[in-house]
Design a protein around this ligand. Structure first.
Ligand code: ADP
Ligand code: F6P
Length: 503
């Protein structure tokens, strides 16, 4: 790579709804802790390595802004990059974050249009908060900075920045899927959003499928915008500029996860976890509380496995970790109740003296605890009904330093485009199929586990977060888009009769 954005532009300014730290009030004191979620995990090491500025909401309402800024100033120094908070009022949060972002865009972009609440008041707040983010960007950005805006919360920000006369290069990356035209068409504000996206210079998606969906939406709704392809990219001609659209599967800091997994503290934590659950295989599920993650069907599949394979009783334990998320939205709370009901039903049906089939954890874990589970679990069961990428799958692979774990992965996670060869693939709507995959993983020979995991690890290591950021930034400036590697698109093989692919 010769022509990176680092050479041709100034600093990197990252803008996202959330900052990498979450603030909480503890009496009078303000406490901060690392945020969870794929966006934060992926981007924090990037800025640590390159320096720059991160602009986002603090996680607290407006009234605490002064305290927040002072804590951010203190934490900017050690983290190696500057953090700036965008204050949001409780009403803005309700309408823009809980409302437009999480009751409209989130379900719609995950193909769940029946879960959407198309309240028009949400749209007005979405427009004004995107404008507010743009105003904050203009306070900190100078000419030549590369301004990189992230995720579905901020799809209108480039349009506001252009209105303010900002001429910097503007990049956008969508961390969640982009829906097909049939679904996108249902959005009452479809034209405004598509047009606003075309104010960016580079629009990045997780997979080729997402990019294809976006280009098809532009072709259908904005037929006057000429679109042509170059290598894996599309160029969309808008007001005399070529807007680039490409696929950049996001990743993790593989080496850092591997190093942490090898550390004494994680080894100890892994040892204690398995010591408490001896003589059995651990199947691990790790998810934010979210209806896109497919947790109820996964629990049903686990129940089905125990019913169909009584030999597994007392020889397998599902550890399901759920991190609290968006609990102010009623659907998320309903999901929590449903998960708890299923866990207690299944445990009630199968528990034996000294053996409980499902260990359920509902809280934010420390890195040490989480990595301990990744390292020690024999099987990871990752079955979202739709997911932009799913970094948990890649984290599990990086932490599996014994190289004997099996990854069971949904066909509808973005990660499948890179991991399909060596994971056991499942359709998360197919309960019997998922249950067969659990049994296949449980009985898989040591040699096959090693072979698959070795290849999975090599792939994630090669395509890590640093390669992702380099390739995105280079795509923003390169004159040679033909030379970029084209990422593949996963399509279920027509003739596959079995789960997974034979080796
Ligand atoms: P999403 O972006 O939808 O949350 P991802 O799988 O891409 O999904 O990312 C989830 C991130 O949240 C991962 O980086 C994972 O390490 C982190 N995470 C998930 N569960 C926990 C937990 N219980 N405690 C701490 N971090 C968690
Ligand atoms: O990856 C999708 C995403 O929405 C990120 O943008 C976000 O950081 C993460 O999930 C967690 O969600 P939230 O910020 O709403 O808690």
């Amino acid at each position: 790579m010769t022509e990176t954005a680092q050479h041709s532009t100034g600093r990197l300014i990252i803008v996202s709804n959330r900052l990498p730290v979450v603030f909480e009030r503890d009496g009078d004191a303000l406490k901060s802790r690392p945020g969870s979620g794929g966006l934060v995990t992926a981007l924090a090491p990037v800025l640590r390595g390159r320096g720059g500025t991160w602009i986002g909401w603090s996680g607290l309402p407006d009234s605490d802004q002064e305290d927040v800024e002072s804590v951010l100033n203190d934490s900017s120094q050690p983290s190696g990059y500057a953090l700036h908070a965008v204050p949001l009022t409780s009403e803005e949060l309700d309408l823009y974050y809980h409302g437009f972002a999480n009751e409209i865009l989130w379900p719609l972009f995950h193909d769940l249009q029946s879960q959407c609440n198309f309240d028009p008041a949400y749209w007005d707040a979405y427009c004004s908060v995107n404008r507010k983010f743009a105003e904050h960007v203009t306070t900190y950005a100078v000419t030549d900075d590369f301004i990189w805006i992230h995720d579905y919360h901020l799809m209108l920000t480039a349009a506001s920045l252009r209105e303010f006369g900002v001429e910097n290069r503007l990049g956008f990356f969508l961390h969640i899927p982009f829906p097909s035209p049939d679904i996108f068409l249902k959005l009452p504000w479809r034209f405004q959003i598509l047009n606003a996206l075309l104010d960016f210079d580079l629009i990045g998606f997780q997979t080729m499928r997402d990019k294809r969906n976006f280009v098809e939406c532009v072709r259908m709704l904005l037929p006057k915008v000429p679109a042509r392809s170059i290598g894996g990219f599309h160029l969309l001609r808008q007001t005399g500029r070529d807007v680039r659209a490409g696929a950049f599967p996001i990743s993790i800091d593989f080496t850092e996860f591997e190093r942490r997994a090898q550390s004494h503290e994680v080894s100890e934590s892994a040892w204690y976890i398995h010591e408490a659950l001896p003589d059995r295989q651990i199947v691990l599920g790790v998810d934010r509380l979210d209806y896109t993650k497919g947790i109820p069907s996964r629990l049903e599949a686990f129940r089905n496995t125990l019913r169909r394979h009584p030999d597994m009783i007392q020889n397998i334990t599902l550890v399901q970790i759920v991190v609290p998320s968006r609990t102010d939205i009623p659907k998320y709370n309903d999901l929590k109740v449903e998960i708890e009901r299923l866990v207690s039903e299944i445990n009630g049906e199968f528990t034996r003296s000294g053996w409980v089939p499902i260990h359920y954890i509902f809280r934010h874990l420390t890195r040490r605890e989480l990595l301990g589970y990744y390292r020690t679990a024999e099987i990871a069961l990752i079955t979202p009904i739709k997911d932009g990428m799913n970094l948990v799958a890649k984290e599990y692979i990086a932490c599996n330093i014994e190289r004997n774990g099996v990854l069971i992965l949904s066909e509808f996670a973005g990660a499948v485009s890179q991991l399909h060869r060596d994971a056991l693939l499942v359709n998360p709507y197919d309960i019997d199929g998922m249950s067969d995959a659990v049994y296949q993983a449980f009985t898989m020979s040591y040699e096959e586990r090693r072979l698959r995991m070795r290849r999975l690890r090599a792939g994630v290591k090669r395509h890590d977060i640093y390669r992702w950021v380099e390739s995105y930034l280079e795509a923003a400036v390169s004159r040679h888009l033909y030379d970029f590697p084209v990422t593949s698109e996963y399509i279920p093989p027509v003739e596959a009769q079995e789960i997974g692919l034979s080796i």
